[in-house]
Design a protein around this ligand. Structure first.
Ligand code: XMP
Ligand code: MG
Length: 179
């Protein structure tokens, strides 16, 4: 793995694709065991989760459905700040087991908003699967049930994650080079 430069920043190799695959497989096995009777709906949060979701769901062998959502932020003119809403959810999710599929949980602000939106729709239970988790940054109470890897509070790219739109297509994960 070579270092890569994306725009003005340089990133160094961090997690190999072999390590990524191994942890995705483990995570899928846990889901296969835990949710075998739940007919879960996997809700893949775009854009960042597309690569993790594809790898994960190839290893998920229990009956399930898969759907994709995006979170939209509207910056209104009022002081209420940012309102987030889900785009793309067409399934009836009331009473279902929903597994949120995220690339990374950092501070958890995004996850918290999403869980609030799903809770309003009266789902039966929400499970969260995130490939990466930054425990030093995460201060929310929502359980992240399935985690591929915990990482320090550093900025990473690759495997779906981007720096300013770039780097999502890399099959390994890179970390910002420390100066
Ligand atoms: P929060 O803080 O809401 O952040 O948990 C979640 C969203 O922020 C982005 N994010 C990152 N993107 N490398 C990235 O490429 C990172 O290290 C990183 N940390 C957070 C990401 O979009 C995630 O969904
Ligand atoms: Mg994301």
């Amino acid at each position: 793995m070579q270092r890569v430069t994306l725009k003005d920043k340089t990133f160094v190799p961090y997690i190999t694709s072999d390590k990524i695959s191994a942890s995705v497989k483990q995570l899928a096995q846990k889901i296969n065991t835990d949710l075998v009777n739940d007919m879960p709906l996997f809700l893949v949060v775009l854009n960042g989760s597309f690569m993790f979701a594809a790898d994960l769901l190839k290893e998920v062998t229990i009956p399930c459905e898969i759907s994709f959502i995006k979170l939209a932020s509207y910056h209104g003119t009022s002081s209420t700040g940012t309102v987030t809403e889900m785009i793309g959810l067409t399934e009836e999710i009331k009473g279902r087991t929903v597994v949120v599929v995220e690339d990374i949980v950092d501070t958890g602000v995004t996850l918290e908003k999403l869980v609030a939106l799903l809770t309003k729709k009266e789902v039966k239970q929400i499970k969260v699967a995130s490939f990466l988790l930054k425990p030093e940054a995460y201060k929310k109470d929502i359980a992240v049930d399935y985690v591929g890897m915990e990482i320090p509070n550093d900025f990473v790219v690759g495997y779906g994650l981007d720096y300013d739109g770039l780097g999502r297509n890399m099959k390994e994960i890179f970390v910002l080079e420390s100066k």
